[in-house]
Design a binder for this molecule. Structure first.
Ligand code: HEC
Length: 144
């Protein structure tokens, strides 16, 4: 077997295992909380892109994205209250055994999002580090 073919086969095997790991959620509560996270991801990306200059800064769009992020962060508790069994979920069981600590991480994001200053790309960028840190802090502990 040529080296290229070996590499190609290894690549497909890897792609296959990644696809296998991404089981789609079927439980409506899990789908809803993943949807909340996706929307937070869109809002954070919109602001990150403006802060970095990837997209043009727009005061109204920045304010809208900030409001969405603050609002969504405030919904984390309600959206994670239930713990249905769903192989499509990446939520760790520690969420429910350390519920108060999990809520602290949610509050941490809400505070960081509330503190965002959407006056300019620079002021927005200054606060985005704390937002990203708040996402990461919770994902490290509570997401598979
Ligand atoms: C308080 C904890 C917490 C915070 C804060 C948090 N996340 Fe999450 N996030 C989770 C958990 C838990 C999951 C896995 C949910 C599941 O699969 O059931 C997740 C999943 C996701 C997903 C995948 C959703 C999908 O389609 O499966 C994205 C994207 C995401 N988060 C983005 C973000 C972003 C962006 C931020 C910050 C702006 C953030 N998260 C902040 C806990 C958190």
């Amino acid at each position: 077997m040529t080296k290229l073919r070996t590499l190609l086969i290894a690549g497909f095997a890897l792609a296959g295992s990644i696809a296998y790991a991404e089981v789609e959620a079927t439980d409506p509560d899990v789908i809803a909380r993943q949807g909340l996270m996706k929307e937070m991801g869109s809002a954070a990306k919109a602001m990150g892109d403006m802060a970095s200059g990837k997209t043009a800064f727009d005061t109204a769009a920045a304010a809208t994205a900030k409001a969405a992020l603050v609002d969504h962060a405030g919904q984390i508790a309600a959206k994670f209250e239930k713990n249905p069994a769903d192989p499509g979920s990446e939520a760790k069981p520690e969420i429910w055994s350390s519920w108060d600590d999990f809520l602290k991480d949610a509050k941490g994001l809400e505070s960081a999002a509330t503190a965002l200053d959407t006056t300019s790309a620079e002021t927005l960028g200054a606060g985005m580090g704390a937002v990203g840190g708040a996402c990461k802090a919770c994902h490290t502990t509570y997401r598979m």
